[in-house]
Design a binder for this molecule. Sequence first.
Ligand code: G3P
Length: 219
Amino acid sequence: MKFFLDTANIDEIKQGVSWGLVDGVTTNPSLVVKEGVDFHSRVKEICAVVNGSVSAEVTAVDFDGMMKEGHVLAKLHHNVTVKVPLIPEGIKACKALSSEGIKVNVTLCFSASQALIAAKAGATYISPFVGRLDDVSQDGIQLIRDIVHIYKNYGFSTQVLAASLRHPMHVVQSAMAGAHVGTMPIGVMKQLFNHPLTDIGLKRFLDDWEKAKSQAPKK
Ligand code: G3P
């Protein structure tokens, strides 16, 4: 499974990249606004530090507007994936942009029927929001399973990008369900490392090493 970072913060991205774990980045208008920076400059900055897909979202909700923004975004860098919302105009734009060879991430997916539509429109990625479904008492991970199953049935090449992942088990369960990508905040990526037995075990090894050194006969 590929790991994407779900952020527009350059320091977080550099940290993830330093671990060798970042295969791409997803941004959205909320994440960009939080940074208080120029959108296009930030997308270019991200593309300079990440060797992989960088999703940049359109804000228009009509076909012409999405196409116009999509073309501008795609020209910023060859790593840019244009993100469009899962509404009829977005699906139309997905089909048109994809047929021009532009990579498209269809976002705000909350059902298998929506995912089927995005795949038929030639989406490169479909982004089902796991955490937000859990928030309304629906099983987000089950949606990942369903979409992976449907895409396998028909050999769709659209990749399932599990989004709105809020904790390590969301990542693990998405991987078990066969998601191609999981996008997560830096905090969740950090949590993936953690296990108390690792810390306890390392401390014991280092303590033993120090003890052995102090007991060794002096040369
Ligand atoms: O990639 C989608 C993500 O940013 C949404 O996350 O936690 O706001 O549901 P969340």
